[in-house]
Design a binder for this molecule. Sequence first.
Ligand code: NAD
Length: 333
Amino acid sequence: MKKKVTLIPGDGVGPEIVEACVKVIEASGAEVEWEVREAGEKVMEEYGTPLPSTVLDSIRRNGVALKGPITTPVGSGFRSVNVALRQELDLYVNLRPARSMVGVRSPYQGIDLVVIRENTEDLYSGIERMVDEDTAESVKLITRRASERICRFAFEYARREGRRKVTAVHKANILKYTDGLFLEVARQVAKDYPDIEFEDRIVDNMAMQLVQKPHLYDVLVLPNLYGDIISDLCAGLVGGLGVAPSANIGEEIAVFEPVHGSAPKYTGMNKVNPTAQILSGVLMLRHIGQREEADRIQRAVEKVIAEGKTVTYDLGGDAGTREMAQAIIEAME
Ligand code: NAD
């Protein structure tokens, strides 16, 4: 039976790359049925919100969504559809693989990292105020519950995906209570997974090590702010935004989307790289257990990029979004 998936085309370049991604997924033989739901600027007028309840209802019902990027409206009072989605659905994991691909310009090759970022608390809890005119204060909130579930997710993921090591990243030498709690919980959870190696790194040292010896690392688990920064660092190690997929995962719901935004200046130009969106689709297929189809797409993407003939401008080519997607379909075995 086909798995029903909520499909959110988004805006800006979203609809173009989502269309490319859908064609590739369908060509792979995956058993997926799409339930299309619009969100973002284009539904503001009709619904008075960029995130109508029809979108949330559909994702809750299906448990899985594939999403294009959505522009954050400036000055509308609505912070961000992307942030609202994660909060509404309690998607506490932000998962970002960073994997080198032959043909993508980067000073490094052979990198295969997965960054698992806690997505709900830390300095993003929104508890911030002006103490007086010259002093501002923000609360770094770390709880045992959120730390435990993200660390457990990291170890479960490592086990399921055949990974060998989890590294917890923190600043517990200075932030003895908050990051101290995160580290304590990580060490406790690690005891339940003797088959997976565990270590911890202080975040500043981690940043340096990732630049100098990225091959030493495998799965990283981090509180929200460090995860935000380190995951971009890792995307940079493997060639940047055009090829970086992500997943936001909760207990029962998962939403897959590229790391990059809606690149409004390229809207409708058939120009941007569909790879990050397609690889988000690959993560989605693995999540719903359609691994063979996911691997087929991943191999085809890697082949087309390695050949470098039908790739978009950011990879040094002159193909359009649609042409690159078509080349990926033709490269599928
Ligand atoms: P962006 O990622 O949209 O674009 C920055 C630049 O990166 C682009 O101008 C382009 O040069 C390049 N780029 C991005 N995606 C590319 C691709 N697939 N292929 C080739 N080049 C690509 O970042 P921005 O301009 O800061 O944000 C634009 C809008 O997107 C904002 O409203 C922002 O809030 C939103 N945004 C949404 C998401 C999301 O939906 N999850 C994520 C980030 C930003």
